[in-house]
Design a protein around this ligand. Structure first.
Ligand code: ZN
Length: 137
């Protein structure tokens, strides 16, 4: 079995932001040489997340609005006594730090309306990492 590991890096510009990383992930899968297997996309951060959904500006705005509704920045969170970003930790924990995609015939399998996004939840940050690990044959 082939195991391919790649670390991507991104800069973010807002407190909350969706960064479309589809092309970078697909490039990594192509570089991996894996024809059939799985692709893990993982953000090693406590205040970021990974999702797969449609790259439509209205929907992207809706996603961030929903995050604020569920995890209001100024909520009375206990973590805010020692840090100011409890909402970002909560959103990261419940949205999730990783997604897994099938790889078939050398390409990631995803829906037409499933682009892959890094979700910045406590930006802006000059250095956000996303791990792409491809396993297969
Ligand atoms: Zn914190």
């Amino acid at each position: 079995m082939r195991i391919y590991f790649k670390e991507l890096t991104f800069r973010t510009h807002k407190r909350r932001e969706l960064v479309d990383i589809t092309s970078e992930v697909e490039r990594a899968v192509a570089e991996s040489g894996v024809a059939n297997g799985i692709c893990l996309v993982f953000a090693p951060h406590a205040t970021a997340a990974i999702i797969a959904n449609e790259h439509e500006p209205g929907l992207m705005s809706d996603m961030l609005r929903k995050v604020e509704e569920e995890y209001p920045w100024d909520g009375r969170w206990e973590h805010n006594r020692i840090d100011d970003n409890a909402a970002a930790h909560l959103a990261s924990a419940f949205i999730g730090s990783a997604r897994v995609f099938p790889v078939k015939n050398g390409r990631i399998v995803r829906g037409t309306w499933q682009n892959i996004f890094l979700v910045e939840l406590d930006g802006p940050r000059s250095y956000r990492r996303v791990i792409v690990e491809v396993l297969g044959e």
